[in-house]
Design a protein around this ligand. Structure first.
Ligand code: ZN
Length: 184
């Protein structure tokens, strides 16, 4: 039965470990983990979640962009399982934007990421995919891939001035964006 899993938080040493490649994508254990992660990220209003965040050291994550209270402007897409991912290429252009993390509640940070990436990964069906991504979805992919290497987004924030509490973020950034879009 599919279940919503407990998310571990900053300070848990598992978040600092490098995860292991998934050997048998079609195994019952991996297929159940994928289904459980998809339910967990949905219940948490997240747009992505990596296996280490539920204490499973597998190179596997979910990208599930959709508008939520935490990310009102996120594009809508089908939740996608990304297994054993790797970069093939990336843009020279790097952009800074706000990120949060289900394992770091209450904190937002401005994180530099490649604007566009080309990636290869195995899908839930065991097939190999090659895909180009850009903007917010590319950002989620880079954030989640970092989790597989034991890196939390705070490590990529360049200055303490680029950090904000969730409350200030909602008041300053989300509401400012809403004021801006209501003028259009
Ligand atoms: Zn995260």
């Amino acid at each position: 039965m599919t279940e919503s899993l407990q998310i571990i938080e900053l300070g848990n040493p598992i978040l600092q470990q490098r995860s292991h490649p998934v050997v048998d994508v079609r195994s019952d254990r991996v297929q159940k983990l994928i289904a459980d992660l998809m339910l967990t990220v949905r219940n948490a209003n997240g747009v992505g979640i990596a296996a280490p965040q539920v204490a499973q050291p597998d190179r596997l994550f979910i990208v599930a962009s959709r508008p939520t209270p935490r990310y009102p402007n996120a594009p809508e897409m089908e939740p996608t399982a990304i297994i054993n991912p790797r970069f093939l290429a990336h843009s020279d252009e790097v952009v800074k934007d706000w990120e949060g993390c289900l394992s770091v509640p209450g904190i937002r940070g401005l994180v530099p990421r490649y604007q566009a990436i080309e990636v290869e990964y195995t899908g839930q069906n065991g097939k190999l995919y090659r895909q180009e991504m850009n903007g917010f979805v590319a950002r989620i992919f880079q954030h989640e891939l970092d989790h597989l290497d034991g890196i939390v987004f705070l490590a990529r924030v360049e200055s303490v001035q680029d950090l904000m509490s969730e409350k200030e973020y909602q008041e300053r950034i989300v509401q400012a964006n809403e004021r801006f879009s209501s003028k259009e």
